[in-house]
Ligand binder design. Structure first.
Ligand code: HEM
Length: 291
């Protein structure tokens, strides 16, 4: 009990280390060991010459996004497996976490928005043809949610690991496919065309399925688990679009109408992604609710 003998001024300036606090890591696993921090923190390689102050921000923003995408893929895969096993409540718990990750990713744009066009212009030559368009984890999330696109797999011919991951996800049912199969097992009218669809194709709206979902929204109390899951999925799509929109805004303020480093037209190309939908019936049904 050394604390009472400390003078007041010391107590406010210094926190005495407790005896039990581990200080020797020659034999014990440390924080840095567990997290492989040496590897993580050695993975930033600015390329600008002369070195540009803002390039580290650009790299860290992308790398942290990729880490969160990694966790999102982990959670979405698990949610999909749980749905396939009729474990609805734990699947919803996974989606709750996904939604928080998405919010973090969306808020994170504020940091990059501090990069001015003049600052970005000093970095841009050193990015060459690299672009977030080539993020295989972002495509993995799109595939997991149902926006399949075989052309995107070809972009990774140079990277066998990424290519294999996307090729596998392309042929597997998406989270939405698994939800619709779950509905069918629970006795809901899900058209055979939906259940037997070619899952390598992007999911397309089915009119008869809208009728089924409309019945759920007409009587939420009778279909609570399904109703809640539909709303969770809408939250996930909504959040995904918020991310796309913030990306578009940050790109607009940074490069205006210049082409992207990946070779696209830039903001016009990105804006067209806002028309994409993962769960079309869950949006169409809204026009019907309440008559
Ligand atoms: C100032 C920073 C940024 C600029 C100017 C920018 C610009 C662009 C542009 C123009 C595209 C279209 C493809 C192309 O031609 O390159 C694109 C795509 C993309 N970017 Fe960014 N980006 C920035 C930051 C980021 C960050 C931090 C991420 C996080 C991972 C990211 C992820 C993506 C993704 C996933 C796509 C593909 C979107 C789609 O296919 O609809 N970008 N970016």
């Amino acid at each position: 009990m050394s604390e009472p003998s400390q003078p007041d001024s010391d107590r406010r300036a210094v926190r005495a280390l407790e005896d039990g606090v581990q200080r020797d890591f020659t034999q014990a696993m440390s924080y840095g060991d567990y997290l492989d921090l040496d590897t993580l923190l050695a993975a930033q390689h600015p390329r600008s010459e002369p070195p540009q102050h803002d390039e580290l921000l650009f790299i860290v923003q992308h790398q942290t996004s990729e880490l969160w995408l990694k966790l999102m893929i982990h959670e979405l895969r698990s949610a999909r497996t749980l749905l396939a096993g009729d474990d609805l409540a734990p699947a919803l718990k996974r989606l709750a976490r996904v939604k928080h990750i998405q919010n973090t990713l969306t808020q994170q744009w504020d940091v990059l928005a501090t990069l001015t066009p003049s600052e970005y212009a000093l970095i841009r030559p050193f990015l060459a043809s690299s672009s977030g368009f080539q993020s295989y984890q972002y495509r993995a999330v799109e595939f997991l949610l149902g926006n399949k696109n075989a052309d995107m797999v070809k972009v990774f011919d140079h990277d066998p690991t990424a290519r294999a991951m996307l090729a596998e996800l392309l042929t597997e049912p998406s989270l939405y496919d698994e939800f619709l199969r779950y509905l069918a097992r629970r006795g809901y009218a899900v058209p055979a065309a939906v259940l037997e669809r070619d899952v390598t194709q992007p999911y397309r709206e089915n009119d008869a399925l809208v009728d089924t979902i409309a019945a759920v929204y007409a009587a939420p109390d009778e279909h609570w688990g399904v109703y809640e899951t539909c709303e969770e999925l809408v939250d996930v799509e909504d959040n995904f679009q918020q991310w796309r929109f913030r990306h578009l805004q940050v790109v607009t303020r940074t490069i205006g109408h210049k082409m992207g480093t990946g070779g696209s037209s830039g903001v016009d190309f990105l804006r067209r992604a806002l028309d994409l939908t993962f769960f079309p019936e869950l949006y169409t049904v809204r026009t019907r609710v309440g008559g």
